[in-house]
Design a protein around this ligand. Structure first.
Ligand code: AMP
Ligand code: MG
Length: 301
């Protein structure tokens, strides 16, 4: 199906991706149609190894090599100068391309079988909650996708960390690899993305449920206001809410990240009037979770 220019959703260790041949611009255009994604939103290109990477980028600077050695295959996306083979639609006209090597065995087997890089954003409608199960893809993209490969729940459950390296190392999106681990290899990353392209992972409103969401400690919400609403927190549940979910009873942020989108999908389908989400500590994976929560909350505020 991919060789014929089709689109195939497949599991990765972060979230499910919607793939098409990166060098086939008509196939890449289908991804934008299916997701109703604006063409200013560049895609992440997935590769199986170094040879495929070299087809996609114009060169690999030493700082990128050190990160590749430390974190690939895995949930780190690098923004590097693109090769001539990568079309403008993939990069939204930028001279750089976002690229990563996934670790999920199904994603790797697919890339190796096809022998060519796959452009694959998250397999969800633009701006909506990310899919961490094949059933999320089926529910939200359904028949618009040619095929969905079911690899079970996504291990990390949150998108890749995105880092640009030139002119200086810059964090473009916190994600499944804590920024502290990347800084241990690359040195301090700039967080202020001044002059960097505004890309949708950084739009104030993204990753949104249909239900109104606010970031507030549920413990501070008056009992009368809990009625009809849901709470979402790291390790506590709260009385008085119609439904109350803790992401990890042990307070483990890895477990919380893995269950984050899945739990939001569930709460979003329950017909509650509002979701009250507890603020997360902004270190380690808490930074990536809090980033998603803020953007989800920006939707109706
Ligand atoms: P996703 O839907 O998780 O695959 O997100 C793809 C995201 O990767 C985009 O929304 C951007 O945030 C980021 N991205 C892709 N290409 C570039 C690029 N050339 N420069 C900066 N960020 C990029
Ligand atoms: Mg996405």
């Amino acid at each position: 199906m991919l060789r014929a220019g089709g689109t195939v959703a497949f599991p990765t260790e972060t979230v499910y991706g919607l793939g098409a041949l990166a060098f086939d611009s008509a196939a890449v255009a289908r991804i934008f149609e299916i997701k109703r994604r604006p063409s200013f939103d560049p895609l992440i290109v997935h590769v199986a190894g170094r040879a495929m990477l070299d087809e996609v980028v114009a060169g690999v600077p030493p700082a990128a090599l050190a990160l590749i050695e430390a974190f690939w295959p895995g949930p780190l996306t690098l923004v590097l100068r693109k090769s001539a083979a990568i079309g403008d639609l993939v990069t939204a006209g930028a001279s750089t391309v976002a690229v990563r090597m996934p670790s999920h065995p199904v994603a790797r087997a697919l890339l190796e079988a096809i022998g060519a890089p796959l452009a694959a954003p998250s397999a969800n409608p633009f701006g909506a909650l990310s899919p961490t199960h094949a059933r999320h893809v089926a529910a939200h993209l359904g028949a618009r996708v040619d095929l969905i490969l079911d690899g079970g729940p996504a291990e990390h459950g949150i998108e890749s960390t995105i880092v640009a390296l030139e002119p200086r190392p810059l964090l473009l999106r916190p994600g499944a690899i804590p920024v502290e681990e990347i800084e241990a290899i690359a040195g301090p990353l700039d967080r202020e993305a001044e002059g960097a392209p505004i890309v949708p992972g950084r739009l104030p409103q993204h990753y949104s449920p249909a239900t109104r969401l606010r970031v507030i400690d549920p413990a501070l919400v008056a009992p009368a206001q809990r009625q009809g609403a849901a709470s979402l927190a790291l390790s506590h549940t709260f009385g008085g809410y119609d439904v109350s979910r803790a992401l990890s009873s042990e307070g483990d942020l890895r477990v919380a990240a893995a269950r984050f989108f899945e739990t939001l999908h569930e709460l979003d389908a329950m017909g509650v009037v509002r979701i009250d989400a507890q603020p997360f500590p902004e270190s380690g994976l808490g930074l990536a979770i809090m980033d998603r929560l803020r953007r989800a909350a920006a939707r109706n505020s």
